[in-house]
Design a binder for this molecule. Structure first.
Ligand SMILES: NC(=O)c1ccc[n+]([C@@H]2O[C@H](COP(=O)([O-])OP(=O)(O)OC[C@H]3O[C@@H](n4cnc5c(N)ncnc54)[C@H](OP(=O)(O)O)[C@@H]3O)[C@@H](O)[C@H]2O)c1
Length: 271
């Protein structure tokens, strides 16, 4: 799979697997664990070796599903991103949260640990005191952000003992906030990966221009929406799927060769 280079030199595939709703949404759901683990294993086997989860998904249970699913693979072939919730951003709470994630994922180290959302009541130097400790003892290999503004990114870059690897934000054909608030430009200037979440939300698959361009390539609207994101420098995306056919289809996005005219047309559409 095509990759991007992270600031520490590691390569990361441009397509990862979002895992929201595996193991439940806002509450845990244990009723379909075996099926979820089997599906996730099949999807990882297709090449989705970067898994994006969070302590909050399924109120902790999603991380347990990921932990079980990756047991079928060499740990070194898997890259796990997980996130500390905004209510756990005091120094000691960050460490406790990471310990919980490590236990549920059943791994020795988190490949990439993100601050899920900023919390205006907790200063970032508190949070980075915890994150720097985790980086120092190797339980977290890399640190990143999610839903951060450019100003908050700058402050994080000053406070973090390692490079800020990514800012994970909502970005899709019909949701252009990262273009409008400067986050996309800033990431690209600084070599920081922009991880686009919800690449298929906001009804992007129903947009007439997306549908027309997809038909011209014998592709699907989802494939066009994904290709439009990952063709941009330093942009990766993490579509969620618990449907094996959808996951396969999304992988096919990497083979869609959009023309310059089509890219211009897609660039020009808006919500
Ligand atoms: N950092 C944050 O604050 C934040 C916020 C939101 C999400 N995220 C992360 O980003 C991931 C992706 O975002 P998301 O889950 O909000 O939205 P998404 O990936 O844009 O959309 C997921 C939905 O699209 C469906 N889908 C996937 N591929 C499809 C295809 N080819 N054709 C038709 N439908 C398809 C999925 O259903 P099936 O399962 O049936 O395929 C699911 O209902 C999340 O899972 C999570 O890991 C992070």
């Amino acid at each position: 799979m095509q990759t991007v280079k992270l600031l520490d030199g590691t390569s990361l595939p441009v397509l990862g697997l979002g895992t929201w709703s595996y193991g439940g949404g806002n509450t845990p759901d244990y009723s379909r664990d075996a099926e979820s683990i089997a599906t996730m294993r099949t999807i990882i086997g297709m090449g989705y070796t970067h898994l994006d989860t969070a302590e909050s998904y399924g109120k902790n249970h999603c991380e347990e599903i990921v932990g079980q699913a990756i047991k079928a693979f060499d740990r070194s072939d898997i890259f796990i991103t997980t996130k500390v919730a905004p209510e756990h951003l005091r120094a000691l709470d960050v460490i406790k949260a990471a310990e919980g994630s490590l236990r549920r994922l059943d791994v020795d180290a988190i490949d990439l640990y993100l601050i899920h959302w900023p919390n205006k009541d907790i200063p970032l130097n508190e949070t980075f005191a915890g994150l720097n400790k985790l980086l120092g003892d190797g339980r977290v290999k890399r640190v990143g952000l999610s839903n951060f503004s450019v100003e908050q990114m700058r402050e994080s870059m000053r406070l973090c003992d390692g490079p800020i690897i990514t800012n994970q934000v909502k970005y899709n054909l019909l949701h252009r906030e990262p273009e409008n608030n400067g986050v996309l430009d800033f990431c690209q200037q600084e070599g920081i990966v922009l991880t686009a979440y919800s690449p298929l939300k906001s009804d992007v698959m129903d947009h007439p221009v997306v549908k027309r361009i997809a038909a011209a390539h014998n592709a699907t609207p989802a494939q066009v929406a994904i290709q439009w994101l990952v063709r941009q420098p330093l942009v990766i995306t993490i579509p969620k799927s618990s449907d094996i056919d959808h996951a396969k289809e999304n992988l096919g996005a990497l083979d869609v060769a959009l023309t310059e005219a089509e890219v211009a047309e897609l660039d020009a559409i808006s919500g």
